[in-house]
Design a protein around this ligand. Structure first.
Ligand code: AMP
Ligand code: ZN
Ligand code: FE
Ligand code: FE
Length: 276
């Protein structure tokens, strides 16, 4: 049975999205979304408001998050769904992740200074507020200072994996992110693998407990989507998908609820979490 759109990857002001959780829920309802996963970076801080707002709408919130890891020359992002996220040990883990994010902003600021583009880390944290700090916040300060014209330009020239101002994360390997999500009772899913171009790492992640691959993703080609579906079949993984929506003025244009994610994907994810 089909009952509206499914979007299993979105961000709010709890990380680097531009909409607060309640605003995201309202926008999702307008976009015809009926199942919405909120997957902020290293934070579940947006979930309470999103769930509360959703009570007034025909929309179900899936508790989630996204953990970004660095490997040699690339980034591996791991999504997690249905964790026992209120567990104190898990919140302590996320708090440590955010402390490392703050330290990383300082490291990036040092690199920018060396490149002749000084920024004040406090300016970055003023944009982050109580959320999870990340490169998009740094990029916004770079735009404000006139070093680049857009967030996208900041990434393409300086902040991308291997870029001259990027400072790699020090904490977590992708297999560790998978394991921590499993330990919290959640379903780990490899995010947008087509962006990383490191498919050779997938078998080891499956070994570590990976349960899905984000297959339906705006920046995946039709051929990539087909390949990841096949990979899911081969490894008995759930093919998920989502918009990776970051809100208006985020420098990312893909709308909520797009691309389409089959209702069956959502049902399979729920079954994997033992919530069917
Ligand atoms: P971080 O949390 O520091 O790893 O930053 C990751 C975030 O940066 C992603 O979730 C995207 O929102 C954003 N991002 C990555 N690449 C780009 C890009 N080329 N243009 C705009 N935003 C990007
Ligand atoms: Zn993001
Ligand atoms: Fe990501
Ligand atoms: Fe994301």
């Amino acid at each position: 049975m089909t009952a509206g759109r499914v979007d299993l990857h979105t961000h709010t002001t709890a990380s680097d999205g531009t909409l607060p959780p309640r605003g995201l829920v309202v926008a999702a309802v307008k976009g015809g979304v009926r199942v919405l996963a909120v997957t902020d970076h290293d934070s579940t801080g947006g979930l309470a408001d999103a769930m509360d707002e959703a009570r007034a709408h025909p929309l179900e919130i899936v508790p989630g998050l996204e953990i970004n890891c660095d490997v040699d020359g690339a980034e591996i992002h791991v999504l997690g769904y249905f964790m026992d996220y209120q567990a104190p040990w898990f919140q302590a883990f996320l708090a440590e992740q955010r402390v490392e994010r703050v330290a990383r902003v300082h490291r990036i600021a040092e690199r920018l200074a060396e490149l002749g583009m000084p920024i004040d880390a406090e300016e970055v944290f003023a944009i982050v507020k109580e959320g999870s700090a990340g490169r998009p916040h740094v990029a916004q300060v770079m735009v404000k200072r006139g070093y680049v014209k857009s967030v996208r330009e900041a990434f393409d020239k300086y902040l991308r994996a291997g870029g001259p101002a990027n400072a790699p994360r020090r904490r977590l390997a992708p297999a560790d992110a998978v394991a921590v999500i499993r330990k919290a009772g959640g379903v780990p899913v490899l995010a947008h693998p087509g962006l990383a171009n490191r498919d050779e790492l997938i078998p080891a992640l499956v070994e570590a407990g990976l349960m899905g691959i984000e297959t339906y993703y705006a920046e995946h080609s039709a051929a990539q989507t087909r390949d990841y579906l096949e990979l899911c079949r081969r490894h008995d993984l759930v093919p998920t998908g989502g918009s990776d929506y970051h809100g208006p003025q985020s420098g990312r244009a893909n709308p909520l609820g797009s691309p389409a994610v089959p209702w069956e994907s959502w049902e399979a994810l729920r079954r994997r979490a033992g919530r069917a």
